[in-house]
Design a protein around this ligand. Structure first.
Ligand SMILES: Nc1ncnc2c1ncn2[C@@H]1O[C@H](COP(=O)(O)OP(=O)(O)OP(=O)(O)O)[C@@H](O)[C@H]1O
Length: 978
């Protein structure tokens, strides 16, 4: 069927000029490299066959003879360059995109296009050129058509179509329904659900040198034929009917030649940059129509891809795709990240926004408040379109999300998709009821040299500014006939109106260019961009500031459509006409975005997040460093203060200890002084007791037991001296100055030899009294000392608590050990002192009772003495007067004692013996008690010694003489033994 159709284009291809032949071979060889290598080629080879783009070129082209396509292209290149090498390089550097129809070609093709869409096949513009008739204009048009086709096939299909073109040249009558297969290199699915593609699968870098082999003088280079506007048509499979089998006409889709032809009441042939047949999948559509644009966006150009077509023809399918066949958006995302991975010398920042235009209102699809239904948040703030010189037209306020991975970006877009309005229409069960715009803003900057870590690199000042480019991926709502549902009708009215405005704008673009060329109205402000939000938003792209790729979707058959066949065909033809107009009218002079410097200079500067972030990072890092410095200083200060406080506390403690020691020593000195005085004046020691005993023995030889008991008490007093000595040693221990304590003890203690200590004024009674007093003083001393120790203990506890609460973990262990040791020592001291006190108490009790006993014993003795004196006096008197009876007393024959008195004396003697026995029993009990408590040890011979534990503590004092032990004193006293 297709072959039955006239094939004017094939004719034209079959009658190529030399340049066309050259194109074929060129594209076969390396279409992509050539495509990208526009700069060098344009400068190096002025004879490039390039469609002139500028209206001004028209004249020149027209003046050129059609037979000299080479010179024509050369001229166009010169025009494209604006007459300067620099401009030329710049313009051509982005020529990896197929060039739009240029001046004369546009002029001619504009007319062709308009006639194409309006005139049936056979009109001179198409048919004649296609058939190769020899009229000049036709040939010119034909040449243009061919070059367009050549360019698009070579540049967009990544080599595949280049091959197809070459084949095409040789197979004039090949079936147009065959389409080239998708390039196999493209992508494989990744674990994350994204698709890894190689952003470098084509060699279109500007740096690629001119390939002289492909830039033959005979034919145009593919890159020369490329433009910044790409128009593709995709044909959706027609379920339930065979293509071209509709009764109202026949369709022919030739993917290889990018041709769609219709033969009906009127016949049309449409050539585009790409024609995708029903067999072409999304991957191929992306590779041919958007991949290069995405790459250019990554290099700093603005790019717009939009899908246009009737409802249900596959716009959303092409843009979003499915899980098994991802569309343009996910594939573009994958490529963006592949490019970033493959460009290590630059750093990137991506932010994405997603909006929809629904019933002429802009909704932010990423804002949570877009959600509808119960529980939905308050309606979002109205989003308006604004314009400024740097950013062009933009929507505000619009949420932008920074994304760092393909998965994240896909997720953000999926969220937006979810929020987008869809509904059921006659053509599509899930029809998009709004125009949806995904905008990905790409910021990139040369990485700072030096430094290995990413931190170093970020800290360094980068060599260049930040380039900001935007990729807009737009899924338009489908045009449709009036629906029955009122809501759908309203939506449809808005959709149709905006699409109509878009069509009008595009249709008027050529007029605008003509006018712009001839008048001062360079901006083309007469174009009705403001008539709809869609055209307003697309204004920057349509007015030439960005690379554009338009994907028009059609369905040749009307199966599945509720619309009548002829209506459907008309709609499809309208889409094709729109595509043709777009192809012919839109001219892009997209330039690489300028690099912005500084974080906050003007609006553009403030928008550059990458720079703002860098500045912010630097500021924050400086702040962090300052804070760290301050923190370190503070910590040092706190540590110093802590150490100082610790020193102070230690010093205070030491002072306190010293003071205590001094107080203790003073008290001790006073006490010892008191003792010395006492011993001198009253003989408070064992000697006094012995003297008393001797006196007693002089009075009565029978009071041996009494003397023994007194001796015991003298021993007891020695024990007291010993305990006093111990007290001194404890004082010295407490003061921490053992040697001085020892000295004191050595120098001030009572002499150890009992015999030496017998005082002159030994009076048993007084001595006991004094001893009691001394012991009481000692007791009060000890009490004072205990309270001092308790105070110190409390202080030590308090200071240890405060130290612990200061959280000084580093000193904690050692101090804890110290404090615990000190506490333990103090506790032991206190315990020992208490034991001593108990001893003393018991001793006091014993001494008191001994004193009482003695007092009792003394009273009869004194009475007896006075009686004796009296009797002596009487006997003396009686002797003088009367003869005295002879003395009968055993003790003194001269002092005879009456039997009653002797009896009394016996009684008295018994009492004394009793009290002495009682005392020695008490002392024995005490000694036994001390032996049991482990203070003393009893040897088998009955001698007593101080235990080593106790002795150890007394080491500072020196060895305790055995005589000091009370029991030893008793044991070594022969009287006691007896
Ligand atoms: N090339 C294709 N191959 C297979 N199925 C397709 C193709 N194009 C579209 N479809 C299917 O056709 C149906 C409609 O497609 P889609 O929703 O993409 O149309 P649309 O143009 O976006 O419609 P609308 O404008 O109403 O949103 C979907 O079920 C989709 O899967």
């Amino acid at each position: 069927m297709a072959s039955a159709l006239p094939q004017p284009s094939r004719q034209s291809t079959s009658t190529p000029t030399g340049s066309v032949t050259s194109l074929s071979s060129t594209t076969r060889l390396k279409p992509l490299q050539l495509a990208s290598d526009a700069r060098r080629v344009s400068s190096a080879s002025p004879s490039k066959l390039r469609s002139p783009a500028r209206p001004s070129l028209g004249g020149g082209v027209q003046s050129n003879s059609s037979s000299s396509v080479t010179s024509l292209r050369s001229t166009s290149a010169a025009f494209a360059s604006g007459g300067t090498d620099k401009g030329l390089r710049r313009t051509v550097s982005i020529a990896s995109f197929p060039q739009p129809p240029k001046a004369n070609s546009r002029l001619s093709t504009a007319s062709v296009a308009s006639s194409t869409s309006q005139t049936p096949r056979g009109s001179p513009d198409l048919v004649k050129s296609a058939t190769g008739t020899t009229r000049k204009k036709s040939r010119l048009s034909s040449a243009t058509t061919n070059s367009n086709r050549g360019s698009k096939t070579s540049s967009l299909n990544n080599g595949i179509d280049g091959k197809a073109v070459q084949n095409l040249a040789g197979i004039k009558d090949s079936e147009g329904l065959v389409s080239a297969s998708s390039p196999p290199q493209s992508r494989s699915s990744s674990a994350q659900g994204s698709y890894s593609t190689s952003a470098t699968t084509f060699d279109d870098t500007e740096d690629v040198g001119a390939d002289s082999t492909t830039a033959g003088k005979k034919g145009p280079r593919p890159k020369e034929a490329k433009g910044n506007v790409l128009v593709s048509v995709r044909v959706r499979p027609d379920n339930g009917a065979h293509e071209g089998s509709r009764a109202d006409g026949e369709w022919m889709v030739d993917g290889r030649r990018s041709l769609i032809a219709f033969k009906g009441k009127e016949s049309y042939d449409y050539f585009y940059d790409n024609v995708f047949t029903t067999h072409d999948n999304n991957s191929r559509v992306y590779d041919s129509s958007a991949k290069r644009l995405v790459r250019r966006v990554m290099e700093g150009y603005h790019g717009t891809v939009f899908a246009y077509g009737m409802t249900g023809t596959g716009k959303t399918f092409s843009m979003q795709g499915t899980a098994s066949s991802p569309g343009v958006i996910p594939l573009a995302i994958t490529d963006i990240f592949s490019y970033i991975r493959e460009t290590p010398h630059r750093e990137f920042l991506l932010r994405v926004s997603y909006l929809e235009i629904y019933n002429e209102r802009i909704n932010d699809l990423l804002s949570a408040s877009t959600a509808t239904g119960p529980g939905a948040a308050a309606p979002q703030e109205e989003i308006k379109l604004r314009e400024d010189s740097k950013r062009g037209v933009y929507a505000t306020p619009l949420k932008e999300e920074i994304v760092q991975s393909p998965t994240q970006l896909l997720r953000v877009i999926a969220r937006g998709d979810h929020a987008r309005r869809t509904g059921s229409t006659q053509f599509n069960a899930r029809s998009s009821r709004s125009h949806a715009v995904v905008q990905i803003v790409v910021e990139s900057r040369e990485r700072a040299p030096g430094g290995t870590s990413s931190q170093d690199k970020r800290a360094a000042v980068p060599p260049g500014g930040v380039r900001v480019s935007t990729l807009s991926l737009i899924d338009l709502a489908g045009s449709e006939r009036a629906a029955e549902n009122k809501e759908r009708r309203t939506e449809g009215a808005h959709i149709n109106k905006s699409l109509l405005t878009l069509g009008t704008v595009i249709a008027r673009l050529s007029e605008s260019k003509e006018k712009a060329a001839n008048s001062t109205d360079k901006e083309g402000k007469h174009l009705p961009y403001r008539d709809s939000k869609l055209t307003r938003l697309l204004q920057p792209a349509l007015s030439g500031n960005s690379l554009v790729s338009i994907l028009c979707t059609i369905q040749t058959g009307s199966s599945g459509s509720a619309a009548p066949a002829n209506t459907h065909t008309n709609e499809t033809l309208n889409t094709l006409k729109f595509a043709a107009r777009a192809k012919n009218n839109i001219v892009s002079h997209a330039k690489r975005a300028e690099e912005a410097f500084g974080g906050g200079n003007g609006d553009a500067g403030s928008r550059v997040l990458l720079e703002r972030y860098r500045v912010e990072i630097q500021t924050l890092r400086a702040q962090l460093e300052n804070q760290t410095k301050v923190q370190v200083e503070n910590e040092t200060k706190v540590e110093e203060e802590r150490i100082e406080k610790e020193h102070e506390a230690r010093h205070e403690e030491q002072m306190l200890e010293m003071q205590l020691a001094r107080t203790a020593l003073k008290e001790r000195i006073e006490h010892l002084n008191r003792l010395i005085l006492s011993s001198k004046s009253t003989g408070v020691n064992s000697s006094s007791a012995t003297a008393a005993l001797e006196r007693l023995s002089r009075v009565s030889a029978n009071l041996e037991s009494g003397s023994r008991s007194l001796r015991s008490s003298a021993s007891q007093s020695t024990l007291g001296a010993s305990s006093l000595r111990r007290t001194v040693s404890q004082y010295s221990l407490a003061s921490g100055d053992r040697s001085s304590g020892y000295q004191l003890q050595r120098s001030s203690l009572v002499p150890e030899d009992d015999d030496d200590t017998i005082g002159e004024y030994g009076d048993g009674n007084a001595s006991l009294q004094m001893q009691i007093t001394a012991l009481q003083a000692d007791l009060s001393d000890k009490n004072r000392y205990i309270s001092t120790l308790e105070r110190r203990l409390l202080q030590a506890r308090r200071s240890s608590h405060s130290r612990m609460s200061m959280g000084l973990s580093q000193h904690k262990n050692s101090e804890d050990v110290d404090v615990t040791a000190v506490l333990r020592e103090r506790d032991m001291e206190i315990t020992e002192l208490r034991i001593q006190l108990d001893d003393k108490d018991r001793m006091l009790t014993a001494l008191r009772s001994a004193a009482r006993q003695r007092d009792i014993a003394q009273m009869p003795m004194e009475a007896a003495g006075s009686e004796k004196q009296a009797s002596q006096r009487n006997s003396e008197g009686n002797a003088n007067v009367l003869a005295s009876p002879p003395a009968t007393g055993p003790t003194s024959p001269t002092n005879p004692v009456s039997p009653i008195k002797a009896l009394e004396k016996e009684k008295e003697k018994d009492g004394k013996r009793k009290s002495a026995d009682e005392m020695s029993r008490m002392l024995d009990e005490m000694i036994q008690d001390r032996v049991e408590t482990g203070h003393l040890a009893k040897s088998s011979r009955g001698s007593i010694r101080v235990l080593s534990g106790t002795a150890n503590r007394r080491e500072s004092i020196g060895p305790v003489p055995p005589a000091l032990g009370p029991r030893s004193a008793i044991a070594e006293t022969p009287e006691a033994d007896a």
